[in-house]
Design a binder for this molecule. Structure first.
Ligand code: PMP
Length: 360
């Protein structure tokens, strides 16, 4: 069996020890004689799995007691709709920051449901940086401010947390758990699981409890955060196996890695290794302002775009998978999520140097 280096943007690499543990427990979960996939979500066994996952997540992110953790489905995309539906019951205008494709999709959904105010955008400069904090101009009746911490396609990340007097809502799909986080700065944090949390099918929402109960009256119950909070995220059958695997990932982060400070140090080193290689070469380039370079998603282009397919083919033959950039932007992208190790990045950089020698 060979596990190759997987730089996919999502569903992304999972830690090998997590998959090994899942394999060990697959047919017979800890002597219970059945798989986690086959358990009732209301059984004592699964309740214990669900509660342990939440407890470990709370420890990792130091989530304050006045925040609820919801385990939902529908991906981050469903949360693009849940955010306005759940926060506009008291009136006001949704405010958004625009930094690229994913924040743009969230804005589109808010526009569809309620209309929105663009509080700042880095579009004019081609989304190579984030709006400066003093450029954020909220509307007078702002109900909340939404932004995307890490634009997965653009490879662009905020280097500050906006300081505003309204609830701050953040899409952290591609950066959650990559570094410590001060949850108390946020009203709502949400993330699809299939990058740093676990397999696709699960979506995490972390919401301050005073923001529950503000849903628009027409909000369907399965999109209503309060309904999840009141029912321990089991209003209907949750994605039990994804929840279990997320729990194993949280344990791995806590016990094998040693927490999010340790994870952040590993991630900084990985990203520095790749950005340094790009910086010191005339053959590869990345357009993002240094302060806003994503540690998780590193897009780069070759000086000669005609070599793209050769690069990808040779990379794959060298055991480096999923380096093709998003279909909307082309080029290359290496996603360096938590489960992608320093060794993988070094193998990539060595390959890039060799490719440049032969084709540059
Ligand atoms: N937001 C961000 C930042 C993302 O990277 C993605 C998926 N790549 C999404 C939202 C959409 O996530 P999902 O596919 O889980 O709906």
């Amino acid at each position: 069996m060979t596990r190759r280096y997987n730089f996919c943007a999502g569903p992304a690499a999972l830690p090998t020890p997590v998959l090994e543990r899942a394999r060990e427990e697959l047919l017979d979960y800890r002597g219970r004689g059945l798989s986690v996939m086959e358990m009732s979500h209301r059984s004592p066994e699964f309740t214990a799995i669900a509660e342990a996952a939440e407890a470990n997540l709370r420890t990792l992110l130091r989530i304050p007691d006045n925040y609820r953790v919801l385990f939902m489905q529908g991906g981050a995309t469903m949360q693009f709709a849940c955010v306005p539906l759940n926060l506009l019951g008291g009136g006001g205008t949704p405010n958004y920051l625009d930094t690229g494709i994913w924040s743009g999709k969230a804005i589109k959904e808010a526009d569809h449901l309620a209309g929105s105010h663009l509080a700042a955008s880095s579009r004019a400069g081609g989304y190579v940086d984030v709006p400066a904090s003093d450029r954020i101009a909220l509307s007078a009746d702002a109900a909340y401010l939404h932004y995307c911490h890490n634009e997965t396609i653009g490879g662009l990340a905020y280097d500050y947390v906006p300081d505003v007097a309204v609830p701050l809502v953040c899409d952290m799909s591609s950066s959650i758990l990559s570094a410590p986080l001060d949850v108390s700065r946020f009203g709502v944090i949400y993330a699809g699981a299939q990058k740093n949390i676990g397999p696709a099918g699960l979506t995490l929402v972390i919401v301050r409890d005073d923001l529950l109960g503000r849903a628009l009256p027409q909000t369907p119950s399965l999109l209503d955060w309060k309904v999840y909070a009141d029912n321990a995220s089991m209003i209907n059958t949750p994605p039990t196996y994804a929840w279990y695997l997320a729990g194993l990932v949280f344990e791995w982060l806590k016990d094998d890695i040693g927490g999010l400070e340790a994870m952040a140090a590993i991630n900084r080193r990985k990203a520095a290794t790749l950005y340094d290689a790009i910086e010191t070469s005339d053959f590869y380039s990345n357009p993002i302002a240094p302060a806003n370079r994503s540690l998780m998603n590193v897009p780069f282009v070759l000086a000669d775009e005609a070599l793209n397919d050769t690069f990808l083919g040779e990379a794959e033959a060298a055991g480096l998978l999923n380096l093709r950039g998003h279909r909307s932007v082309g080029g290359m992208r290496a996603s360096l999520y938590n489960a992608v190790g320093q060794q993988a990045v070094e193998a990539l950089v060595a390959f890039m140097g060799d490719f440049e020698q032969r084709h540059g």
